[in-house]
Design a protein around this ligand. Structure first.
Ligand SMILES: *Cc1c(COP(=O)(O)O)cnc(C)c1O
Length: 473
């Protein structure tokens, strides 16, 4: 596979699709007619996830990080169709909870392709994962605290462990996604070697791991380099311990050094796409040689972000002294990122409403796009220049495929949106729209049980194993 460095088109000869694999798909690149037809056929708000684009993103990652192990950080988008696509290209799955492990197993990932990252893990999650490891010994648990090692040992676990290190360097587009320097994540850098050596007496220590946060972009390449180079030094000190004096510790045969995810995606139209080959070069250069160990990465957002759009419909246009407010049927319950991270998502007017003028011919006016939820934060954008919206217009909210559907909620008693998966020209409902009755399912369930919670088995394996082949419900 070859990727043209920094060019507009990167050729991917992975044998899939048209062979044209651009580094980003902007909201303007989507076929407007197709999106409008999907909005009409499936109603709005509607997520559209293009699996062909997911595959292209995977192929660019594989081409840039040729010798690396790639683990998809499942939390960016856990839909079955996405998981199966990612499994199909050969990525492993990085899971942050028992639920994610369960979904990955159901999507066909074998234990040797599962990495469970335990962040302050609830007891139920540990019970579950230790149980899975009993039949899937290839599973790896990534651990960020000595306490978690002890809790694993108490459960009789002595399998594969990777040590998560807090490198003290963070990266990210927002304070809330910078994890590298936050004390919650990982064992402090200066204690990591000692903890790894102690752990190797009780477990099979196979790797070290660090994740700096989300949003490696051209400005933050230095922080990324710094993190990777510290990891390289730590790995070499474990593989080839050199300590003066008599008690040189035993070497630890590391299989890999995992430098996490965080590969940035250009949300703003004017932002350049990440130069993935340059990031890969910088990563390899900073890591240096670690005998016997491979580089591993854990991209989440990069795999799915630009493969998804959220379609919404204009229901109100209201002139106010502070500008025009455009009310739409998608809000922070459908896409939380703008409210939670002040995130920017590109928005395109697809037309189709009361104004018969095609959007391209309408005047561009600054508008605030607001959702239907009783919260001031419930806006998708403020004072954004947009082809003048009219009632009934469909809007496409771009780069919504990562942390979009995953962060939906039923706040304000709003059923979750539907999601359509595109693949090879086909469109199929990957997750049906929630109905009003879905809002009260749990209440009705507990009434039926006479008010006692007998759901204690909720950490048992639900979908994996016997009924893994079941169709989506
Ligand atoms: C969230 C997460 C990732 C992926 O981050 P992205 O920004 O989506 O690439 C990778 N590794 C770990 C441990 C994470 O928590």
């Amino acid at each position: 596979m070859t990727v043209e460095h920094g060019g507009d088109e990167a050729g991917a000869d992975g044998g899939v699709g048209s062979g044209i694999n651009p580094p980003v798909r902007r909201v303007s690149d989507w076929d407007a007619e197709r999106l409008s037809a999907l909005a009409d056929a499936h109603d709005t708000p509607l997520y559209v996830q293009d699996l062909d684009r997911v595959r292209e993103n995977c192929e660019r990652l594989l081409a840039a990080f040729r010798d690396a192990d790639v683990r998809y950080a499942v939390k960016a988008h856990t839909g079955r169709a996405v998981l199966e696509t990612v499994r199909g290209v050969g990525f492993d799955a990085e899971c942050a909870s028992a639920g994610e492990v369960d979904r990955a197993l159901a999507a066909g990932f074998g234990g040797d392709r599962l990495h469970y990252t335990a962040v302050n893990p609830p007891a139920k999650d540990l019970d579950y994962v230790v149980d899975v490891a009993g039949s899937e010994p290839g599973l790896t648990v990534t651990v960020g605290a000595v306490d978690t090692l002890d809790r694993l040992a108490e459960r009789g676990y002595d399998g594969r462990v990777c040590l998560r290190v807090n490198p003290g360097v963070g990266a990210g587009h927002h304070e809330k996604v910078r994890t590298g320097a936050a004390a919650k994540f990982g064992v402090p850098d200066d204690r990591a070697a000692a903890v790894a050596r102690e752990a190797s007496g009780r477990f099979d220590v196979v790797g070290i791991h660090a994740h700096a946060g989300s949003g490696i972009d051209p400005d933050q390449l230095d922080a990324h380099r710094e993190l990777v180079s510290r990891m390289g030094d730590l790995a070499r000190s474990l593989v080839n311990p050199r300590i003066d004096g008599e008690d040189t510790p035993d070497p630890i045969d590391l299989e890999y050094v995992d430098v996490g995810g965080g590969f940035g995606v250009p949300y703003r139209e004017e932002d350049p796409a990440l130069d993935l080959p340059a990031v890969a070069d910088a990563t390899r250069g900073a890591l240096g040689d670690v005998p016997g160990a491979t580089l591993a990465i854990e991209p989440g957002r990069y795999v799915v972000a630009d493969a998804g759009v959220l379609l919404t419909r204009v229901n109100t246009v209201k002139p106010t002294p502070d500008g025009t407010v455009v009310g739409v049927d998608a809000g922070m319950t459908d896409l939380l990122r703008p409210a939670m991270y002040d995130a920017y998502h590109p928005i395109r007017n697809l037309g189709g409403g009361d104004d018969r003028e095609p959007p391209a011919e309408r005047p561009v006016t600054p508008v605030t796009v607001a959702g239907p939820i009783c919260e001031t934060g419930d806006t998708l954008c403020r004072d954004r220049p947009l082809a003048r919206p009219a009632r009934g217009d469909r809007l496409a909210v771009g780069i919504a495929g990562a942390y979009g559907y995953e962060m939906t909620s039923q706040y304000n008693s709003r059923p979750r949106p539907a999601e359509v998966a595109l693949s090879d020209g086909d469109a199929r409902v990957a997750r049906r729209r929630e109905r009003l009755a879905d809002l009260t399912t749990l209440e009705r369930d507990s009434r039926d049980r006479g008010g006692t919670d007998r759901s204690g088995a909720d950490a048992s394996r639900t979908e994996s194993g016997a009924d893994a082949g079941e169709v989506d419900r």
